[in-house]
Design a protein around this ligand. Structure first.
Ligand code: HEC
Length: 124
């Protein structure tokens, strides 16, 4: 029992920093007004950040590209509503936000068409 508790304690030490880091990034996005129009996993005025990550994750140069669109704004890529430029975001801030958004790719929401090929597990 004591050993079990020690394992749990060790696990929480390993997990806490990653959670705290993701949370810090979310707070950072909030402080830059991004969450007025975006959410991590739900479309609002703008696309969810997870959807953005999934569209660009495999593109070379995605981080620089997104950092640019974050500062300059964007139109016509996701729908009728344009994203205004965000001059309160510095180049360094934009690079951090872009890296964080891209890190959201590859989490649960993989399209069924991609996940099922060759990976079928027979029912038993
Ligand atoms: C006033 C609302 C609004 C705010 C504030 C806003 N966005 Fe957007 N964002 C949008 C809309 C709308 C789109 C879709 C634009 C399009 O169709 O090209 C978008 C698109 C994006 C995209 C995808 C761009 C592309 O080329 O595909 C990223 C990345 C993004 N936003 C990040 C951010 C970040 C980071 C912030 C905070 C600094 C932010 N947005 C603030 C409305 C907003």
């Amino acid at each position: 029992m004591r050993r079990f508790v020690r394992v749990l304690a060790a696990l929480s030490v390993v997990h806490a920093p990653a959670v705290a880091l993701a949370d810090a990034d979310l707070q950072f996005a909030r402080s830059k007004q991004c969450l007025a129009c975006h959410q991590v996993d739900v479309k609002r005025v703008g696309p969810s950040f997870t959807a953005v990550a999934e569209r660009y994750a495999v593109s070379p140069g995605a981080r620089q590209y997104l950092a640019g669109t974050i500062r300059d704004g964007s139109r016509g890529k996701w729908g009728a509503i344009p994203m205004p430029a965000q001059p309160q975001v510095s180049a360094v801030d934009a690079a951090r936000l872009a890296a964080w958004i891209l890190s959201l790719a590859g989490q649960p929401d993989v399209p069924a068409s991609e996940s099922s090929h060759g990976l079928e597990v027979p029912d038993s």
